[in-house]
Design a protein around this ligand. Sequence first.
Ligand SMILES: [Fe+2]
Ligand SMILES: [Fe+2]
Length: 277
Amino acid sequence: MKTVMIKTHEAWLAILMAGFMSRTENKQVLFDFSDILFRHFNWLENELITLDETYSYDRDSIPIKVDKLSDMLSNIIHRLEEIDLQLLSSPDKELNGRISSDIKYMIDVLTHMENEHIEAFSMARKFPGVALTQEATDALTLFLFEETYKEYELIMIYNYLKAHSNDAYLNRIFQILIDESFFHLKRFGDMGAKMGVLAVPRIVMKELYQVDDVVQFLHDGINEELAAKEECKKLSEAVAKDSPELEKFFDFINYQENYHIALMKDALAYFAKKNND
Ligand SMILES: [Fe+2]
Ligand SMILES: [Fe+2]
């Protein structure tokens, strides 16, 4: 069970990375499949919690540097076949059946997917259609590297908190924050691939999501969101001269963080009210 969950985590990320690499209509299919695997991951996690088994979000590193999409797809198909095999030995037959039927369909689609030449690792550091100065290029590269990890980290933290909470009010907030982080992760990952600097986010340390004090976590989180806003502002200024389009995009991301802060404040107010009752 635990192994299946870890392998599903790895397959989810591998297929998400393939989605970033793709520049054709394959992209949406790969993104949809990665979303499905993320939901499998959640079901399996929930199963572990029900069985009272300890687990973490640790995983192996995921090699993704390929020249052809077909190489990445073979790797993913292999991962899915392995998950399908291991599902046979896990206890919830109904759940296994559901996951297995998705996996078989995905393997079939991936097997017939049109091949693509991959530029996501070229290290060209050029944003298509935009001529950025060296300074702006450096700022953007660094931002994408750091923020791709940050969004992945947030997804894992909120996902873990949600998995361990039965409070509908908080879980609604956690779910919105997960969805928002996914949107940012997908945009940044796509940009990283376009710049030729795509990389898998590093593994999130247990201490970050196995949170004892959620109130403290939310306070810290709000400060991190404020810091993220500053990063977006700096970047939007750095690219403003060369690309009004990118400037507007990073302003948009900056203002989205306000919504995240509002949600976290909402959760804090809820905790305060609960403690007073
Ligand atoms: Fe964000
Ligand atoms: Fe945020």
